[in-house]
Design a protein around this ligand. Sequence first.
Ligand code: ADP
Ligand code: MG
Length: 280
Amino acid sequence: MINKAINKEDKNNDKDDFHNNQKSSLIVKDLHVEVEGKEILKGINLIFHSGKVHALMGPNGSGKSTLAQALMGHPKYKITKGKILLDGKDITQEKTNLRAQAGLFLSFQYPAEINGVTISNFLRTAVKAVLKKDYNVLEFHKLLKEKMELLHMDHSFCKRYLNYGFSGGEKKRAEILQMLLLEPKYALLDETDSGLDVDALKAVADSINAARKISKAGMIVITHYNRFLEYFSPDEVSVLYQGKVVAQGGYELAKKIEKEGFKGIIKDEQENDNLNNKEK
Ligand code: ADP
Ligand code: MG
């Protein structure tokens, strides 16, 4: 009985969180995540809004990809505590396909190569699975052509096998094309800039900006570098370190990191830790 009462109160809090925020929000509450028995995320609190760009930064190994995978529901990333709320709905325990249907999209840091499956066929299948829209081949080609033109992609691209022999930039643009077709509410872009040369970086950033113009999606851009963020001027910047959010701010925070590296921010955090330990 007591448990029930607590649960009820908890649910009301979730609703308040949602109503106190903008219409569409993705809320991460005290999220703890384990990978192979080891706790990687140690109580993440974050709020993402539709139509906004939220940059997630932090040194290697700080838990950014883990957060992206946990949000998407990858079975290897076990949520041991906390919640994920999409537009007020608790999706913490949902399967990945249901999260995709509810409007989450993850662009992988390392997209897989699939020989023998054309981009066009792959995307048609993805649209059918996620949006439950069953286009015939001709209809789908028309739609695909439209979206590819928006991204200034050559139409021959969609006849190639998925990511097979693609350059780094082409793989990332194929991901952005997929995002455009799936019309997510929230798109997680995990190091979409990694391994790209300057020209490819610009081409990918231009594609993301083109997608932003026609989509109201909230974009969660995971990156190490302000160089990539310069193309978007993010509305918010959060820094992860050792599985926690250690700093939050506006775009100026990314600029500060570019100048000073992560050291300054992390040093503050370590000093705080030491202080807390002493107080204990
Ligand atoms: P980031 O994306 O910020 O570089 P990750 O989320 O990839 O960080 O990694 C955070 C920590 O979790 C690292 O210590 C990493 O070794 C560990 N980790 C992440 N994914 C796995 C996995 N699939 N198996 C084992 N350890 C993992
Ligand atoms: Mg990563």
